[in-house]
Design a protein around this ligand. Structure first.
Ligand code: ZN
Length: 345
């Protein structure tokens, strides 16, 4: 596989469109991957014609006919809003580490609707390019965000480009896990970048997000992602992810994000115990689920307690104040649930 190792242990099997897709975990490096994998050609057709359209369908259109009749725009608006939130997070993570200005060139691979390049251009005045396969996403990039597209797939940039060695930032957000040959994609990214350029990359975190689905031939952990980057000639500049499940207290982030710089390629090896990895993943998944449950309970209890002068809710007082203000004027017939439902339960 990517590390050159040949032994693997069976992991998940998923069913999709009457097909069975199997995942294994590499016994040498711990990478989780689909085996066998769909071909790149299959993915190319899928992303071009179905991916965003299918996601839009999931936003409430029960059938293809209903989706077409209702127009796809409502689903698209929700997807764009989500992409905008992702773009804001990416821009915030980049800000302290990567300096961009009007002379900078940015390429966003798998840009979807072009929200990230549009935001970076808005903030820094940089020149932005996008790569996007979906006909739906490409149209939005061009018509709404004015993002120039230079290819549909990272594979389109495998050949020499006029801007090789001139790119200041390559963004690959939720992309690498979807590519059949991530080494080739990272080789292209490295060729595009200036020596002092940066790669921003985020993906699902194996330990907290068992992201097995037909779009994901790979599920990376912080370790397997760092290994792959090192092999492809990238060194980590910054890493944003939950700590290992055995060190995490209450994890909230199912993703991992890194910023890397071109470096001398290196092979990292570390002993892997697949059973322990699987146990760590189970621990991570249950910690994240419990953490989410606690947060939901806390927020509910915060809403119930809003307006009461609870010292324990001091950190939330600002966001709760507008709702809290109305509480004292509640008619007496409505029982103040906060009294019987203490926060932190
Ligand atoms: Zn491996």
């Amino acid at each position: 596989m990517l590390c050159g190792g040949t032994d693997s242990a069976a992991s998940d099997t998923i069913e999709w469109r009457e097909q069975r897709l199997h995942y294994v975990i590499c016994g040498s490096c711990g990478l989780k991957y689909m085996s066998p994998r769909p071909t790149q050609g299959w993915y190319l057709r899928f992303y071009e014609h179905e991916f965003w359209q299918e996601k839009a369908t999931f936003q409430g259109y029960s059938s293809k006919g209903a989706r077409e009749a209702a127009a796809i725009d409502e689903g698209t608006a929700k997807r764009v809003a989500k992409q905008r939130r992702r773009a804001l997070r990416i821009a915030d993570l980049l800000a302290p580490v990567v300096s961009l200005d009007s002379a900078s060139l940015v390429i966003d691979v798998g840009t979807a609707f072009g929200e990230t390049p549009a935001l970076l251009r808005e903030r820094h005045g940089c020149r932005v390019l996008g790569v996007e396969p979906s006909a739906h996403g490409r149209a939005y990039c061009a018509e709404v965000n004015g993002v120039e597209l230079v290819g549909r797939y990272m594979e389109d940039l495998a050949e020499r480009q006029p801007f090789d060695g001139e790119v200041d930032l390559v963004v690959m957000s939720h992309v690498l896990e979807n590519i059949v040959d991530p080494r080739a994609a990272l080789a292209s990214a490295r060729r595009l970048l200036r020596p002092e350029g940066s790669l921003y990359l985020d993906t699902c975190n194996f330990y907290f997000n068992n992201a097995v689905n037909p779009y994901h031939p790979y599920v990376f952990s912080p370790e397997t992602l760092t290994d792959l980057l090192a092999r492809c000639g990238f060194g980590l500049l910054a890493q944003y992810s939950e700590t290992h499940p055995r060190q995490a207290s209450w994890p909230t982030d199912p993703y991992l994000a890194v910023i890397a710089r071109p470096a001398v390629a290196a092979t990292l090896t570390r002993p892997v115990d697949v059973e322990r990895l699987v146990a760590d993943q189970q621990l991570g998944l249950s910690l994240l689920a419990e953490s989410k449950r606690r947060r939901r309970d806390y927020e509910r209890s915060g809403e119930a307690a809003a307006g009461s002068a609870s010292a324990g809710a001091a950190g939330r007082s600002t966001s709760q104040s507008s709702r809290g203000r109305t509480t004292p004027f509640r008619p007496p017939s409505q029982s103040p649930r906060a009294d019987s439902d203490p926060p932190g339960s």
